[in-house]
Design a protein around this ligand. Structure first.
Ligand code: GTP
Length: 340
């Protein structure tokens, strides 16, 4: 089976980090985020992957190339203008010929079992099957209501609390029969979630909704980007940090990893889960709790960081404090004793 991954979005909610690198290429524990999803595909025998690119398309070529290093055969379907999730897929149609295909959003990580998903899809004789995941706050997502057989009955985009009848939301992974492509307009922006799915449902097509058990996250916001690091480090996922990220010695009870060339001065203290990118420098007596410090950033003596993300090459002055939710842009400066 072939897979298509949608990775052409601008990732506006994850700025400032997505101004430097597109969301699926942002590092997560010293490897590009998308490599975790590649790992899931390989495990299920998927080797041919079409990357639907638009924003910063050349960056994906540079990092992944033909996919050989990753044990995959990658091809690229490039949009000159972003075509939305549906238009992007239509643009990749000729590369996806040969049977049903798997479609993934490039900003989600889920450890779903593709074999079970395929069996669900076949057994329901569905035209499209949508993987679902249960979340605490369905008002932030696209709610998918199904009947007891798993057939989709209704879609509700970002429902209000009084409309919430279930907590199963679109997990950003789909199985498509080849016949679906005939229903997607070519060469113009079109959405899967707001266009194709509700339109096919209204036309009476069979749409399946399969609740995928196991870990799922969408790294669309800074909070979620931080969270995926914490989840991997704290063992809540079946994934492991990239080979470059080594456990940090002397980090006491904390789960801390550091990339190549990272240096930590004496008396620095770590708690919770901490990820240091390559070449990061941590000053004397700095205190870090549940945070991500990207490549080349420098933290001054006595700096204090809590639940925040520091962009690549940023400089944090001595005794500066970065509080929960801070997202420090790459290359920026925080003065000595500043409080953010
Ligand atoms: P925000 O700007 O923060 O909403 O992010 P986004 O547009 O990058 O992501 P969104 O959650 O809206 O999209 C889900 C997935 O579809 C992401 O992996 C995007 O990269 C991808 N995507 C969104 N729009 C396009 C598009 O026009 N073309 C392609 N190829 N992919 C897209």
């Amino acid at each position: 089976m072939k897979a298509a991954i949608l990775i052409g979005g601008r990732g506006t909610r994850l700025r400032p980090f997505t101004l430097e690198a597109p969301k699926p290429l942002l590092p997560v524990l010293n490897r590009p985020f998308l490599e975790y999803q590649f790992q899931v595909l390989r495990r299920h025998g998927v080797r041919e992957v079409v990357l639907c690119v638009s924003y910063r398309a050349e960056a994906f070529h540079r990092v992944f190339g033909s996919g050989r290093r990753l044990g995959l055969r990658l091809s690229y379907a490039r949009e000159t203008l972003p075509l939305g999730t549906g238009g992007a897929l239509k643009n990749a149609e000729r590369l996806l010929r040969g049977g049903p295909c798997l479609v993934l959003n490039g900003d989600v990580l889920n450890a779903f079992d593709l074999g079970v998903f395929r069996r669900f899809h076949r057994a329901r004789r569905a035209e499209i099957s949508i993987a679902l995941t249960r979340v605490k706050d369905p008002t932030l997502y696209g709610l998918v209501l199904t009947d007891e057989t798993g057939r989709v009955r209704r879609f509700l985009e970002k429902p209000s609390w009084d409309e919430v009848e279930s907590n199963a939301v679109n997990a950003g992974a789909y199985l498509f029969e080849p016949s679906v492509f005939a229903h997607i307009p070519a060469g113009k922006p079109y959405s899967l979630e707001r266009g194709l799915f509700p339109e096919r449902l209204a036309a009476g097509a069979r749409l399946g909704g399969w609740v995928a058990p196991g870990y799922w996250i969408d790294i669309g916001t800074v909070e979620k980007y931080l969270q995926v690091h914490l989840d991997i480090l704290e063992g809540r996922t079946p994934f492991a940090p990239g080979a470059g990220a080594r456990p940090l010695r002397g980090a006491d009870g904390a789960r801390a990893v550091a990339g190549p060339g990272a240096r930590v001065a004496p008396f620095a203290r770590f708690s919770g889960a901490v990820s240091l990118g390559s070449g990061v420098r941590v000053g004397r007596g700095a205190q870090l709790s549940d945070c991500v410090v990207l490549d080349g950033a420098v933290l001054g003596d006595g700096a204090r960081l809590e639940r925040c993300v520091v962009g690549p090459r940023a400089r944090v002055g001595t005794h500066a404090a970065l509080g929960p939710g801070t997202a420090l842009a790459g290359g920026s400066r925080v003065g000595d004793y500043s409080q953010l």
